[in-house]
Design a protein around this ligand. Structure first.
Ligand code: ATP
Ligand code: MG
Length: 654
């Protein structure tokens, strides 16, 4: 019974337009050639892709898997990744091109050219060196989305210090745990940041965390809000004081390809966050390859990714990937509804954004707010849209296509993880016919399979475990300080052809056309009367109903059926709940999927528990549905109050 059943069938097809194909880096023929090259000789294929980086010593070795599951890529290569992101552009026409266009929440903005960004990174790197921070040290970056965040990250990379960015929404407790786990010696932060018109007290949070972090020697503080803060003499330095003495020259530290570029803690959707370690050369190659082809990046593009640099999406597709290609990147400091719910669309029109990358959770929020917000903007510069983070339900995909892409822009639904470093499964916009809700096919060089527990491959439309059977350059190298956790978490029991394979934690199926559908986390799969059902399909059916804005589905132990289905539902603001809403929604799920998926209970709520990256935490909902309250790890939860409200939700059951 290891198969996850599926009842979803999406028939709509969206081929790329002729005009898009004409100008794209890759059309379907070009993609076929890449796939052939990659499958003929994966090592040579990736060595070829590594040429997109600037090396001081070019690698001759591809994958070294001799210590499986501990891998090395390009092991004899040496480089500094900031040379690929910055220095290489200084001798070209990109020297005075905008690298970063930054939009502050209060409406201020700054533009930094490649020349200016390089200079600021070098000044900051030189200042770090002067404080005694050196190659191999760990530096925490806890900042608002301001240009200095990007500068800080690159300055660490410049001197070979391993950065660990902590999302600016995290509390003192979360900072303390990550600092101590990473063994960091310095923190780069700001006095505060703006979020929904309020000031977030970043420096204050750091001070609180540092009461329990004996290893921290230096705190560097960028002035953003100008609020009152306490400076600890000897330990704390104002960023502006440190860099004003620096000239703008700083030799890059040349490191081996395997040098750890960064540690990043996962979102914590399924449990306690893990310190994911990424390499320099392999990671850089993966993001260079994917940024170019998935986003079809060109010199004329203005690319806006709404993720925070505190998540892997921000690392790979705000900082490293786009800068390697000399793109213009738009970053926004604040919330999408501040000061009004059309803020993203306003930014798109203001800067002429051509590529827009966001998350399904954000798209569902835009839908809930209503079509009138995007309608007021032209958005005629957009040519490509992307999503990442969760399965996108077809209803949200269609809304994105119509209301943001205006029927004109291809959508790339990109499946990947903090651990994969870069995009693994995605359409290529000039080459792939898309189906709403499917992330389509693995990229060239990426070996993804769906298997049963016993390691045999699932047939078409049979749901099973999503695994990666061959190493890829952007693969995480270990869990920081805990190689055993790395081995157990990712290379546990699942084997293919007798060899342990990387397990993603996700359930999925390939359809009859070889398109991949992610069905949700394997831990969340429902087991109802002997049928295993993925959460994504039931949620997608619920969200497909015009009254529903968001839904999360979990199982609760049930004597008769094994598990009963409990659905937590948020209604659209335009629809008030009536006495028969629950019955209507249950009937809707039966109509869409079948009687087996009929929710036993529907609970109406005004908000769902989410991680700070916007993902639904079903493990907490499962506890609430079962015991009435949640006691699991809640450090990555966005809003603690939501738990109390959920325990008292309005259920249709008496
Ligand atoms: P943790 O591992 O700590 O529980 P997390 O898995 O949420 O946290 P991330 O690395 O941010 O941390 O998320 C990766 C996961 O997000 C994937 O395993 C998958 O479940 C989901 N995901 C990302 N992109 C997509 C997508 N395009 N389609 C479906 N699911 C996606
Ligand atoms: Mg995960």
């Amino acid at each position: 019974m290891s198969t996850i059943e599926s009842a979803q069938s999406e028939k709509r097809l969206f081929p790329p337009s002729g005009a898009f194909v004409q100008q794209a880096h890759l059309d379907s023929e070009g993609l076929r050639v890449l796939h052939d090259e990659a499958s003929a000789d994966p090592g040579a294929f990736w060595l070829g892709q590594a040429e997109q980086l600037v090396w001081r010593t070019r690698p001759t070795q591809g994958l070294d898997d001799s210590q499986h599951p501990f891998v090395r890529w390009f092991a004899d290569g040496r480089l500094n990744l900031t040379e690929s992101c910055l220095d290489r552009h200084l001798h070209t026409a990109r020297r005075n091109k905008a690298a970063l266009i930054w939009e502050g929440e209060p409406g201020d903005h700054r533009v930094l050219t490649y020349f200016e960004l390089h200079r600021e990174v070098c000044r900051t790197a030189a200042a770090l060196l002067r404080l005694g921070i050196k190659t191999g040290d760990r530096v925490i970056v806890y900042m608002p989305m301001v240009p200095e965040l990007v500068i800080a990250v690159l300055a660490c990379a410049r001197i070979g210090a391993t950065h660990s960015v902590i999302f600016g929404g995290f509390s003192a407790e979360a900072i303390r745990d990550r600092i101590n786990d990473a063994g960091a010696i310095a923190v780069i932060t700001a006095d505060g940041g703006y979020r929904r018109g309020k000031v977030v007290p970043l420096k204050h949070n750091v001070d609180e965390a540092l009461q329990h972090c004996p290893g921290i020697r230096h705190v560097i503080v960028v002035s953003r809000t100008g609020q009152d803060i306490t400076m600890h003499p000897g330990r704390d330095h104002f960023y502006s004081d440190l860099v004003k003495a620096e000239s703008g020259h700083c030799e890059p530290a040349i490191v081996p390809a395997e040098h750890p570029l960064f540690i990043l803690y996962t979102s914590g959707t399924t449990g306690k966050p893990k310190g994911v370690v990424h390499s320099t050369g392999g990671y850089g190659t993966q993001v260079a390859f994917t940024a170019k082809h998935v986003f079809d990046l060109r010199d004329e593009d203005t690319y806006f990714c709404t993720a925070d640099v505190g998540w892997v999406t921000g690392h790979s597709y705000i900082v490293y990937g786009p800068l390697i290609h000399g793109a213009t990147v738009v970053i926004y400091e604040g919330a999408p509804d501040t000061p009004h719910k059309g803020r993203f669309w306003e930014i798109i029109d203001k800067w002429g954004v051509t590529i827009f990358y966001t998350a399904p959770t954000a798209i569902r929020a835009f839908m809930r707010w209503g079509d009138q917000f995007p309608r007021g903007y032209r958005m005629d510069t957009l040519r490509l849209l992307g999503t990442v983070g969760e399965p996108i339900n077809p209803a949200a995909w269609m809304w994105y296509h119509e209301h943001i892409g205006r029927g004109r822009c291809p959508i790339v639904d990109t499946w990947w993880q903090t651990e994969t470093g870069g995009i693994m499964v995605s359409p290529l916009p000039g080459a792939t016919v898309t189906k709403p809700g499917s992330c389509t096919r693995p990229l060239p060089g990426i070996a993804v399979e769906v298997i049963h527990k016993d390691g045999t491959r699932c047939g078409p439309n049979e749901g099973g475990y999503l695994v990666i059977t061959r190493s890829w350059p952007g693969q995480l190298r270990t869990v920081w300080g805990d190689p055993e956790r790395y081995r157990k978490t990712y290379f546990g029991d699942l084997t293919v052809d007798g060899r342990s394979v990387y397990f993603t934690g996700d359930g999925a199926r390939f359809d009859e056309d070889g398109y991949l559908w992610v069905m949700g986390r394997v831990d969340d799969v429902l087991n109802v009367a002997g049928h295993r059902i993925g959460t994504a399909e039931v949620e997608s059916a619920l969200v497909g109903h015009p009254h529903v804005a968001e839904a999360a589905v979990v199982g609760r132990p049930d004597e008769l059926k094994g598990q009963a289905i409990v659905a937590f539902v948020t209604l659209r603001s335009s629809h008030a709940k009536t006495p028969d809403t629950a019955d209507i929604l249950k009937a809707h799920v039966v109509h869409e999927i079948g009687a087996i998926a009929r929710p036993d209970e529907i609970r109406f709520t005004d908000a769902l528990p989410k991680t700070r990256s916007g993902k639904i935490m079903r493990r907490l909902l499962r506890e609430i549905a079962t015991t009435g309250h949640a006691v699991g790890d809640v450090t990555t939860l966005e809003d603690l109050a939501v738990l109390t409200r959920l325990s008292a939700t309005d259920s249709d059951e008496e």
